[in-house]
Design a protein around this ligand. Structure first.
Ligand code: BG6
Ligand code: MG
Length: 420
């Protein structure tokens, strides 16, 4: 049984792009020579091994480069890591593995510079231990550096899973009895492998929530705004018609409304109407608060977070962030995908796929919770499990399971209703 996950750093936890780092300090025509002389040098490897000091390396770089570049060498050595940042998809994986109870370790070939920039990698805050090559005077794939890690943290190789972008490094881990994965920027194939290993649950890695009608009750506010607009332009509108608006983008809703009219409206007129509806809606949203969260919704988000299930909101609304902020739900979701980021609204799966992609979770490992038929259709065509909630879906046959209210859904029910 795997209990420990060991990560490489460069191109796994962070993207490592030396030429980009150089670009910040050097002119275009000097990038290649600086790259070759610094990042592709023996000295760079010796810095990683801890067998040379940075000031010695600097003198060697000075000797190899014209004097006009010496200041640039200083800038690069002192600051190359300035714009370095962690990979989001790895952050979510690390966070998830930690809350599922795995021990996490870093085994990295890197120089002592690491201690200047490690705070920039949020994923590292979840780690239980690390071995840095420059501290050990050893480099992967030397078996001894792996042994240092195993000894220091008393790890059993058969309980370790090692992730590195360099095949020889993974091979060394396997030689010592660990399992491993060569990571080539494909987070979903890593997750699939971890599912097969029993580390992650294949069917339930992320829950993607619709917003309006699932987490927050905004239905009445949308309804009142559309109703007022309909009155102003003298088009018939009622709650029956409003049913079709659920889950659908603002412009699409307007088209549905204008279907009831014989008039032909220009694009500019339509844009003005959509703006009018949104202005009215925003006025109603001012009174939105935590009171508008559906019973049980916050508790479900909290339960999922506490149990290592990632959470997302995927909404056709362009007001999603405002709603999540006003209801204080934003900290309870890992990511948001909203109407501002997509070209096709539900029933197209785009917004759900975007949410899953941001988290790095395979579609088949996502569960969607929706109150609109368009949303259920979107989830199913995105190859995700779809759970329907609310009266409007009572007779819908396309979803995998149904609950009248969100408060009836718990982690336990999500685990039980696994069949796609
Ligand atoms: C969806 C609602 O969440 O968002 C729809 O169910 C609404 O009724 C759509 O039309 C777009 O919302 P907004 O806030 O961008 O007008
Ligand atoms: Mg909805």
């Amino acid at each position: 049984m795997i209990q420990n996950i060991i990560f490489d750093m460069g191109n796994v936890l962070i993207s490592y792009e030396p030429k980009k780092y150089i670009e910040q300090f050097a002119d275009k025509q000097d990038i290649d020579i600086l790259y070759e002389t610094i990042f592709q040098s023996i000295e760079w490897i010796q810095l990683d091994r801890g067998s040379i000091e940075e000031k010695e390396a600097k003198c060697i770089f000075y000797d190899k480069l014209p004097e006009r570049l010496h200041m640039t060498v200083d800038d690069i050595l002192n600051n190359w890591h300035e714009n370095l940042h962690g990979k989001n998809e790895m952050f979510y994986l690390v966070k998830q593995l930690k809350s599922k109870g795995f021990n996490l370790y870093l085994l990295s070939n890197t120089s002592k510079r690491f201690y200047h920039y490690c705070k920039k990698i949020p994923a590292l805050s979840y780690f239980d231990g690390m071995i840095i090559s420059a501290d050990e005077l050893l480099l992967k794939p030397d078996l001894d550096i792996y042994r240092r890690l195993l000894d220091k943290y008393r790890l059993v190789p058969e309980e370790c899973f090692f992730i590195d972008d360099y095949m020889l490094n993974v091979e060394a881990a396997i030689f010592l009895g660990m399992d491993g994965f060569v990571y080539k920027n494909n987070i979903k194939s890593l997750r699939r492998r971890l599912s097969r290993k029993g580390v992650l649950d294949k069917d339930l890695q992320a829950v993607i929530f619709d917003l309006d009608g699932i987490l927050v009750s905004t239905d009445e506010m949308h309804y009142k705004a559309w109703n007022q607009l309909a009155e102003e332009i003298d088009i018939p509108f009622d709650s029956e018609k409003y049913r079709e608006f659920r889950g659908v983008s603002r412009m699409k809703c307007l088209e549905l409304l204008l279907d009831e009219s014989k008039e032909n409206y220009s694009d500019a007129e339509k844009a003005a109407m959509a703006k009018r509806k949104n202005d009215l809606y925003l006025k109603y949203l001012q009174s939105l608060s935590e009171e508008n969260i559906y019973e049980g919704a916050r508790e479900l988000l909290e339960e999922l977070q506490a149990n290592g299930i990632l959470t997302a909101v995927a909404s056709s609304s362009k007001n999603a962030y405002a709603i999540l902020e006003k209801t204080a739900l934003l900290p309870l979701v890992d990511i948001v995908a909203d109407g501002n980021e997509i070209a096709q609204s539900k029933p197209d799966p785009e917004v759900f796929k975007l949410a899953a992609d941001k988290l790095g979770v395979p579609y088949e490992s996502c569960v969607v919770i929706e109150d609109a038929k368009a949303g259920i259709q979107a989830a199913k065509s995105g190859n995700m499990r779809a759970i329907g909630v609310g009266q409007a879906l009572k007779d819908c046959t396309e979803m995998d399971s149904y609950f009248p209210q969100i408060k009836q859904i718990t982690l336990e029910t999500l685990k039980r209703n696994k069949v796609h």
